[in-house]
Ligand binder design. Structure first.
Ligand SMILES: [Zn+2]
Length: 464
């Protein structure tokens, strides 16, 4: 039984799941310095590289003990306490003014002309107030900016004070997840108040997949369910698909053949974010179990046991194609393709798995000295992907749909006989992330977002 994401605790199921925080590679950004308050004015603004220590927790600002401010001709330094200082460049502060003249309060778009700000702009005054840092700028028209303390702490870059809140913890899983897979009911997912939708998408965010039980076994109900998240992404397979094994499209999905664990659309520049599918009926035959594999789990094992193979998969672009239909010829752009494992260039965390060995094109871009290493790396990857520890097999039936994060969880099926009718849809990754962000705002608001009328997003909202 899986409760709402806020109550997903790990201890109870640590036997089942391995929890990984995919934000471990932040240490190079989390530079913090320790400065004595006494020597603040001179050293807070020094250009010496800060000591490499873990990010500090953020001290609370009390209205009767405001932060200390120090400034020079390039930066303003804020002393949160005797140990913790943040420095902000003057040009950065001016560019990030959020007054209504500089930032549109409704559209949340920048209005200030960044390029009219003198590169050497220096505040005429910077003072601590109960509401935040108040900065006066020299100008023919006097200008005052106010930055809330919590906003400055959250966006502190010199040093980064704590983790950015963009990425929730992921929970990686093995085949043992079969004991208690994340599930919501159709009723929950469709409920007007969207609380169940939030639970559903939070499961997808944490686990990269989620089952939906109690779905009426019709294409109409399944399509409505898909549209709860966002637009259905139309592709060469149609918008909402409803198909049998009749080879209506030139793709092995439309056969009765077994399909190994893969992600879809490796031949797109932008593979679909989510895939929802629902087996509507299976008559006069057997087989056709669904296979799910957590690509992040397999990647974590590969990284641990075979770091060299991991690095080969992270840097070698793999070309792919979809060319089974005479009127279509899909390839990613650039045609050299993308690596099997893609990482966030800033945090270094794994963000995407792309893998479909069947759709792989000619490997004519390999470094000749890397050919054998590359084949060895995909052999190891394949071995881990297909191990009993990784493979979660489930026999789906009418009434239970499943949604997978196509950038993380691989899917496949066993061969079958008889006639299977399957329906489903793709949803773009940006539509899914947008819906999740809105629901998070609604049900799990950031305290800084609470200012202003409930229907208005704050100009201090994270990620703006
Ligand atoms: Zn302004």
């Amino acid at each position: 039984m899986w409760m709402a994401c806020s109550s997903v605790g790990v201890s109870a199921r640590s036997m089942l799941l391995q929890r990984a925080s995919f934000r471990a590679c932040n240490s190079h950004r989390g530079l913090a310095t320790h400065l004595a308050r006494a020597s603040a004015s001179s050293s807070a603004l020094s250009n010496k590289p800060p000591l490499k220590t873990p990010p500090q927790s953020v001290p609370q600002v009390a209205s009767d003990d405001l932060p200390m401010i120090s400034m020079d001709d390039r930066k303003v330094a804020i002393g949160w306490d005797t140990r913790t200082w943040s420095r902000f460049h003057n040009i950065w502060l001016r560019d990030h003014c959020r007054c209504p003249e500089c930032f549109h309060p409704i559209t949340k778009q920048r209005l200030v002309n960044t390029f009219e700000i003198p590169p050497d702009i220096t505040p005429s005054q910077a003072e601590p107030t109960a509401d935040g840092l108040r900065v006066s700028w020299p100008s023919s028209q006097p200008h005052v900016s106010l930055y809330p303390w919590s906003w400055l702490q959250r966006n502190s870059y010199d040093p980064a004070l704590k983790q950015r809140e963009t990425q929730l913890e992921k929970i990686i899983w093995s085949s043992k997840i079969q004991a208690s897979p994340p599930t919501v009911t159709y009723e929950e997912a469709m409920a007007e108040d969207e609380r169940g939708l939030y639970k559903w998408l939070s499961h997808v965010d944490h686990f990269g997949m989620c089952f939906i039980s109690g779905v009426p076994p019709t294409p109409e109900a399944t399509e409505e369910l898909s549209k709860r998240i966002g637009f259905i992404r139309e592709t060469q397979y149609g918008k909402f698909w409803d198909f049998t094994s009749d080879l209506a499209k030139g793709d092995t999905a439309y056969t009765t053949l077994a399909l190994g664990a893969h992600t879809d659309n490796t031949y797109y520049t932008d593979p679909c974010g989510l895939q929802l599918f629902h087996l509507l009926s299976h008559t006069e035959g057997s087989g056709g179990s669904t296979l799910l594999v957590d690509g992040f789990y397999v990647a974590s094992i590969l990284k641990e046991l075979h770091p060299d193979a991991y690095s080969v998969l992270a840097r070698t672009p793999v070309p792919a194609h979809a060319a089974g239909e005479p009127s279509e010829f899909y390839q990613p752009y650039p045609a050299s393709g993308y690596p099997v494992l893609t990482h966030d260039p800033v945090t270094g965390e794994l963000i995407q798995v792309r893998w479909n060995n069947d759709d792989r094109s000619v490997m004519n871009n390999l470094d000749p000295y890397q050919v054998e290493a590359w084949y060895a790396a995909i052999r190891t990857w394949h071995k881990l992907l297909t191990s009993a520890d990784s493979e979660y097999w489930v026999q789906l039936g009418p009434g239970t749909a499943v949604i997978v994060d196509n950038h993380r969880v691989l899917h496949g099926r066993s061969a079958f006989t008889g006639r299977r009718r399957m329906c489903g849809a793709y949803i773009g990754v940006d539509e899914y992330r947008s819906k999740l962000a809105v629901l998070r705002e609604k049900f799990n608001p950031n305290p800084d977002n609470a200012s202003g009328p409930e229907t208005t997003r704050s100009i201090w909202s994270p990620a703006l």
